[in-house]
Design a protein around this ligand. Sequence first.
Ligand code: ADP
Length: 317
Amino acid sequence: MIELEDLDHIREAIVILKGLEVEGANKPGEKLGFKKGKNLMSIFTCKEMDRFIRDVQERKNFSLETNAYFFELHSKRFVSLRYLPKKSLLFVNDLTEERTLSEAKLDFVTAVSHELFTPLSASKANVFLLKDIENDPEKLEILGKVERSLDRMETIIRQLKVLTMIQLRLYELKMEHIPVEEVVHMVLEELREKIESKKIKVNVFVDVETIETDRFVFHTILKNLVSNAVKYSYPDSVVEISITGERLSVKDQGIGIKEEEKSRIFERFYRGSEALKMAPGSGLGLSIVKHLCDTIGYRLEVNSQWLVGSEFIVHFK
Ligand code: ADP
């Protein structure tokens, strides 16, 4: 039998329910308005309230993070709600402060990247102008290198912004049925220059019309994996993309990953020793892929053999 006083020191609100009525709560619970005899609907409300009430009535597990309005506090709090029907317990964790801090961090990264974009765009525009008036092939080559470096800087800033957003759990998934072939072709079009310059043959196998997923997540995962497959492949080799209702796989015949490096490839900014020599990169791509998979609940598998090739598989379930 749970003694509520023993739970007063716990930061999380713990509420014992009898149907929709509060039977008792620890101190943090009472502070949020969970007082004995009160009905849940008169304590707080949120976007998902109907589903929450139905699940409590039908005694089903419920777990969610959401913005909820608490009537007694007259304020909106960002909370995680967890309902355990077996014990008729409701756990409410007030995450408002963490959320505010996360938003401040994201604001900072967004502001810095915005500030960096302005001089970057100006530099790009000037390089473009110089290229237009320059005829000397040597100078044009140098300008080309400057242009590529500026492009890479732009990519790194964009990637850092995405990664920060996902790591702070501020990216909200938008699930919809997306046309798989269309996304694959979009990604291949975006990477066309890279693919053609190395004369890579890309074989595509898709056996589903649509997949229920978040378009940005799916697109970003696929683009990063295909981009790496092309980047770390030898010229004239084959990259295979295969997508079914259960999984997505990108396979290459490239340099592969050394055994001792496999555990590090998902770290932020980590780049393999041979990868460094082979192609430019930021070391952020796989970190983004990993975090996106965690966010949406996909499992990532890597099969790779040094100097033979790699296969990255994303299991949807
Ligand atoms: P980047 O490609 O910019 O270095 P990533 O985070 O995408 O950064 O990848 C991290 C490292 O994982 C790479 O530097 C490389 O060593 C290894 N890697 C990723 N994909 C492949 C691949 N398809 N084949 C071989 N090595 C790979």
